[in-house]
Each structure stands twice: as structure tokens, then as C-alpha cells.
Design a protein. Structure first.
Length: 67
């Protein structure tokens, strides 16, 4: 998708340097991927303890070398 946006030049330069990526496109795409990943992690963290697990822990561990 092609789009035109204004991005702070220093911020872009800092992001490119920090990421080691060669192009602005790569830098923006990597930043977007990271933002989505972090948001998903936050959603999982927010759900922690809100769901009750019903199962047999010993049976689910069987065959994995755990005791």
C-alpha cells in the first residue's frame, strides 16, 4: 500500500540507526509489526487470571518429561 505521511526526521534517523535497517520502508514496517506484537502481548496480560482452566495438569504434562 502506498501512503504519504510526515515523520519527524530525527525520529526516523534514530529508528533506522537503532534497528539497523537500510530503508525507511523497512523501518516503518518493523515498527508497525512491533506495535501490533506489543498490543497483543498487553491483551494477553490483561486476560491473565480471568479464565478458569479446567483440566488435569498431571495428565497434560505426561509424555513431556515433567513429573
Amino acid at each position: 500500500m502506498r501512503t504519504n505521511i510526515e515523520i519527524d526526521e530525527k525520529l526516523m534517523a534514530d529508528a533506522q540507526k537503532a534497528s539497523g535497517l537500510a530503508t525507511k520502508k523497512q523501518t516503518v514496517e518493523q515498527a508497525l509489526r512491533l506495535m501490533v506484537k506489543l498490543r497483543r502481548q498487553q491483551e494477553v496480560s490483561a486476560a491473565f487470571g480471568k479464565y478458569r482452566w479446567r483440566g488435569n495438569l498431571s495428565r497434560s504434562r505426561a509424555g513431556r518429561g515433567a513429573v
